[in-house]
Design a protein around this ligand. Structure first.
Ligand code: HEM
Length: 497
């Protein structure tokens, strides 16, 4: 009896503390609009239902934000979030709030403290070490890996030439997986020829479960999730993926130690032979990473770098298929660089692909594959555009998808495809945080140069070999990343030599 009374008092105390805290946050953000809410769950009902419905809810929230000053507040159960749909406030959040939001904790069993979700203190130290490895000069060395895999893609896709529409994403994803695995780990996986391995299956299962958890609010509390069969399935499959990366790390450490014993100097090791993988370069740095840290970084890189890059290429293909004039301009630019040659792109070729770069950026603007970025607000922060001080303890959700379609930033034709809006002379007056495809501030995408290189090289090879036709992107859904509900449907025809 005494114990029950004690628990009751503790719960009441906690409840009162929570209500007082919530009231304080509510008062501090009283000037912000809020969509209709329910007691206890707040606005969580907007995030219940299919992934298409969730995207519609997000569009509604974005339109509510636009009617006010580009920001709204949302209560998701006990937590207050400020959703931001304007570049001025997005810049302030992305430059000052470098800690990821709590929602990314679902990734922790998989990615541990890898760069993508590393807590701020660790992230600061590790990002400094990883940054030079993603420098343009270093990733350019991977162009031969990229063009070899692009050639395999062209060969595999030949079956579809002259036939009806098909979903191109799975072909591109296999190609980018091969590129990202080989450059990150130094291991040739050959996913394009063997797409069904236990490792890839396990990876897909983990991603599917995580995706469910992000968008099904009832699966979010650990004590409920752990009661579902998903928890066991996730644990088993994460174990399998860890085992795979652990073995690669172990092998590479032995190779590194052998080379060290022979040469006794890092410079000697770096100077010979094939381009080094990211993993190879992580040995012998200022920080001595443990095998576990190496696995967490490599897993984070392969997960963050693959689907994103593949999706942008697939959206770009659809857009080029719809806009034949733009496709002809891309082709002309390629002919000016390569003549009739089908060779892979070299770094001097990549620099000349200015129109293609604008096309890719426009594709990323219209179909922003990372449509939401969520950060933790750790200290009170003033947002100049919406004129509100966001209190510490809230979450900030920046909406690149919404910002990329603002007429106030991109003009009355914001929803139309116009690569030339990225011409330098058309971009000078644009807000620096208006384009957020790779995020903004010091926690932006570390692989953006590498991603751009992969995208330009693959699209260059593809467009020189195939003509693309497409009708529309069609309705979209959000599954952490942005997907068309009906897939990336295109039709291809081999170009005459
Ligand atoms: C078109 C391709 C890509 C897009 C659109 C993209 C987008 C992004 C975005 C928006 C973020 C920030 C996410 C956030 O703050 O929540 C991010 C982070 C990251 N990206 Fe990319 N990315 C791409 C390609 C790549 C590639 C090729 C790699 C590496 C091979 C990569 C590795 C990473 C990593 C490790 C982070 C975490 C950085 C940190 O927290 O310091 N990405 N990416």
């Amino acid at each position: 009896m005494i114990i029950v009374a004690f628990v009751f008092i503790i719960l009441c105390g906690y409840g009162a503390y929570w209500v007082a805290g919530s009231r304080r946050l509510d008062r501090a953000t009283a000037t912000l609009p809020m969509p209709p809410s329910l007691p206890l769950v707040g606005n969580a009902m907007f995030f219940i239902g299919s992934t298409e419905k969730i995207l519609k809810s997000l569009k509604y929230i974005a339109s509510l934000a636009q009617k006010h000053k580009g920001a709204v507040k949302l209560w998701l159960g006990p937590k207050l979030y400020i959703a931001i749909g304007n570049p001025e406030d997005a810049q302030v959040i992305l430059e000052n709030c470098l800690d990821k939001d709590e929602v990314y904790r679902f990734l922790r069993p998989w990615l541990g403290r890898g760069l993508f979700i590393a807590p701020l203190s660790l992230w600061k130290v590790h990002r400094k070490v990883l940054l030079p490895i993603f420098h343009n000069k270093v990733v350019e060395e991977y162009l031969s890996v990229i063009s070899t895999q692009a050639d395999v893609l062209l060969e595999r896709i030949a079956d579809q030439s002259g036939k009806c529409e098909f979903d191109v994403l799975k072909y591109i994803t296999a190609c980018t997986l091969d590129i990202v695995f080989e450059t990150a780990m130094g291991e040739r996986m050959d996913v394009q020829h063997t797409p069904d391995t236990p490792y890839l299956r396990a990876r897909l299962i983990v991603m599917t479960i995580l995706n469910k958890r992000f968008f099904k609010v009832w699966l979010q509390p650990d004590f409920i999730f752990n009661l579902t069969p998903y928890a066991k399935q996730q644990k088993e499959n994460i174990k399998l993926t860890h085992k795979f990366t652990d073995e690669v790390v172990k092998k590479k450490r032995i190779e590194y130690e052998k080379k060290m014993a022979k040469s006794n100097s890092q410079t000697d090791i770096n100077s010979v032979g094939q381009p080094q993988s990211v993993l190879d370069m992580l040995f012998g740095r200022d920080i001595e990473f443990t095998d576990e840290q190496l696995r967490e970084h490599i897993d984070s890189i392969t997960i963050a770098g693959n689907d994103t890059t593949a999706l942008v290429i697939a959206y770009t293909f659809i857009l080029l298929g719809i806009h034949q004039d733009a496709q002809n301009k891309v082709l002309q630019e390629q002919k000016n660089i390569f003549g009739n040659s089908k060779r892979g792109a070299l770094k001097e070729d990549i620099f000349k692909m200015n129109y293609l770069e604008r096309v890719i950026k426009e594709s990323m603007r219209l179909y922003t594959v990372v449509p939401i970025i969520s950060r933790n607000v750790h200290k009170d922060i003033y947002l100049p555009h919406s004129n509100v001080t966001v209190p510490a303890g809230t979450g900030a959700v920046v909406g690149p998808f919404a910002i990329h379609r603002l007429q106030s930033v991109w003009g009355p034709n914001a929803n139309e495809f116009d690569p030339d809006r990225f011409l330098p002379e058309h971009s000078v007056d644009r807000h620096p945080a208006a384009f957020l495809a790779f995020s903004f501030g010091s926690r932006n995408c570390i692989g953006r140069n590498f991603g751009m290189l992969i995208m330009k090289s693959i699209i260059s090879s593809f467009i020189r070999s195939y003509k693309i036709e497409a009708n529309e992107v069609g309705p979209l859904k959000i599954e952490v990343l942005l997907f068309p509900i009906n897939g990336h449907q295109i039709k291809i025809t081999k170009r005459l030599p």
